[in-house]
Design a protein. Structure first.
Length: 279
């Protein structure tokens, strides 16, 4: 048996929090997420919104087999005993019409109060309701979404060039996004408002997604946790059985998988990016 064929060790957690997968977007790292789900397991899996990208699917249908594979993997985990909770976001807001409904063992909820193993209570929500642009200027939100697509396409090309030159990975899209959002102080204000919502709900912390900025930090006595995304950073939040919260990435676990990205895969990604620009 070769190194790549060896079964990787499974990491078991009490709870996994995953958001912003954007299935239906060509930028979604579905293969990475599948690898992540293969080497992790949890008693409860909470999907914190934007799992399916309905906005992009409305513009241009894109649903490769890898998207089906992610859905099937989550359904399989539900069948095997994991509790799976789906909290819709703005990109999959169509799911908000089904609160309390179960789909193949996956339950839909508008928000969720999570009881940590250490006794702390966490308000879990996507967070788009606290984004002024999404709530009050849908056209601007769509334009920003299109601009983000362009940044992702540029990022794919730059990553390929940097890899060939032997330079470390650097995300242009993440850099560009942070430059703009720091300029308007968006991330900081978003975090403060979401933390305040947790305080109003008498929670000790809040777990959200939406802004694709993974972090665990204290904000005014409220523990603010953002799950990140599966477009750039490929991150999730894991709760250990003692209640400890850990920010984990696919890159942390990929060493056990021995996944190698060859030139043909990079070329395919660039082709997909170009076709996305033309769509």
């Amino acid at each position: 048996m070769t190194e790549k064929e060896q079964e990787p060790a499974i990491r078991h957690f009490r709870t996994l929090f995953i958001s912003d997968v954007h299935l239906g977007s060509k930028a979604a790292k579905t293969d990475y997420l599948l690898d992540f789900l293969r080497v992790t397991d949890a008693e409860t899996i909470i999907l914190v919104g934007d799992i399916v990208d309905g906005w992009r699917l409305k513009r241009s249908w894109y649903w490769p087999q890898s998207c089906n594979d992610v859905v099937q993997k989550l359904l399989r985990k539900a069948r095997k005993g994991s509790r799976v909770i789906y909290i819709p976001g703005n990109h999959d807001e169509f799911m908000r019409d089904f609160p309390g409904v179960h789909f193949g063992g996956i339950e839909v909820a508008q928000r969720h109060m999570h009881d940590g193993a250490d006794g702390l209570k966490y308000l879990v929500l996507h967070g788009d309701e606290f984004d002024v642009v999404v709530r009050n200027a849908r056209l601007l939100a769509y334009l920003g979404d299109w601009a983000y697509d362009m940044a992702i396409a540029i990022n794919i090309g730059l990553s390929a060039v940097r890899r060939r030159l032997g330079l470390p990975y650097w995300s242009f899209s993440a850099w560009a996004k942070l430059q703009v959002k720091h300029a308007v102080n968006f991330i900081g204000e978003f975090q403060k408002v979401v933390a305040e919502e947790a305080r109003r709900e008498n929670a000790d912390g809040v777990i959200c997604g939406h802004i694709h900025h993974a972090v665990i930090e204290d904000i005014g006595g409220i523990r603010y946790i953002n799950t990140g995304d599966w477009v750039e950073s490929c991150t999730a939040i894991a709760e250990h059985h003692d209640g400890t919260m850990e920010l984990i990435t696919w890159r942390q676990l990929s060493g056990a998988l021995v996944v190698k990205e060859d030139a043909s895969e990079v070329e395919m990604m660039m082709i997909q990016a170009l076709s996305q620009q033309a769509a």
